[in-house]
Write a protein of this length. Structure first.
Length: 158
């Protein structure tokens, strides 16, 4: 898929407790390893099936590779990696087995945005916000819980 930009200081926490955060701040190599583990966990917890998943983190760049069945799974894995605190770029090297669907548009949430406002600007119809919500499940659990800097998949309307 290529290289994608994210907002480094937006997103979910990469590390669990305060001890992990302190250790990571003191040792960049350990911080990268903890980030890798956190991203792998986030992809798996989201139920995204990536065969031979590999994640390498170097400072704020996460490189992900493996194989997925669909373009949607590839995009969701990219978002799971990028929507993490401290990650500014994702180099997606995932191989898509069934490249039948076009790549979705990516949208970075701005302050004050809602899914219905995004749907109105992209599709011309605010009531199509469920398309965006469904396209980002399970990374989104509630259509009202989006945050500035978060990157969302915006699928094409068929």
């Amino acid at each position: 898929m290529g290289l994608f930009d994210f907002v480094r200081n937006a997103g979910g926490e990469l590390f669990g407790g305060d001890d992990e955060k302190k250790e990571a701040a003191e040792d960049p190599k350990q911080a990268n390893q903890l980030s890798q583990i956190s991203i792998i966990r986030r992809i798996r917890d989201a139920g995204i099936e990536v065969s031979d998943l590999m994640v390498v983190v170097d400072d704020d760049l996460a490189t992900i590779s493996g194989q997925v069945a669909t373009q949607e799974d590839c995009e969701k894995a990219t978002l799971a990696a990028g929507n993490q605190m401290g990650i500014a770029r994702v180099d997606c090297q995932i191989e898509v087995q069934e490249a039948d669907a076009p790549e979705a548009q990516m949208y970075t949430v701005k302050s004050g945005d809602s899914l219905s406002e995004i749907a109105k600007s992209v599709y011309g119809d605010a009531m199509k916000y469920p398309l965006i919500f469904e396209a980002n499940k399970p990374l989104l659990s509630d259509p009202d819980k989006i945050y500035p800097g978060q990157v969302l998949r915006i699928p094409a309307v068929e």
